[in-house]
Design a protein around this ligand. Structure first.
Ligand SMILES: [Zn+2]
Length: 152
């Protein structure tokens, strides 16, 4: 779902005013692009970078890592989540994902589920020419959440 970028950035900055300024959002975009440069994607040549913001204001990055057996490849978003969680992050609230494409690419289904598991609320997807903002509910409506496993 494409939204007006200025409106989305303003809304996000207000929502997370204690930890996410417009400058920090730009820093996240920069780190996402920087992380993309580390992509290991010799098979697809499809580079992806991701930067995550946690609820305590920390930033974590990831990139896609492919494997000759394809099934073992990991997307940038999950790489960033695993990086964050392995360093103690508990709640991830914002993701910025970038590619080299001229049109916006959004996270795959597996990454959407993993991002939602750790509390993702907002996602920005950058292309070379455009940017999209989506809420977690827009990314993965009616997602499977930990609450669903609790017995009443
Ligand atoms: Zn993915």
């Amino acid at each position: 779902m494409k939204t007006n970028l200025e409106e989305a950035i303003k809304k996000i900055s207000e929502k997370y005013s204690h930890i996410l300024t417009q400058e920090k959002l730009l820093e996240m975009a920069s780190l996402s692009i920087q992380s993309k440069s580390n992509s290991y994607s010799p098979y697809s040549k499809f580079r992806v970078g991701c930067c995550l913001l946690t609820s305590d204001g920390k930033l974590f990055t990831g990139t896609n890592v492919e494997n000759v057996t394809f099934g073992l490849s990991v997307c940038a978003e999950r790489c960033a989540v695993f990086n964050a969680v392995s360093q103690g992050a508990k709640k991830i609230i914002v993701a910025v994902v970038c590619t080299d494409m001229e049109y916006v690419i959004t996270p795959c289904g597996a990454c959407r589920q993993v991002l939602v598991e750790f509390g993702l609320e907002d996602c920005f997807c950058l292309s070379l020419n455009d940017i999209n903002h989506m809420t977690a509910e827009e990314l993965l409506p009616s997602s499977c959440r930990i609450d669903h496993l609790k017995k009443e």
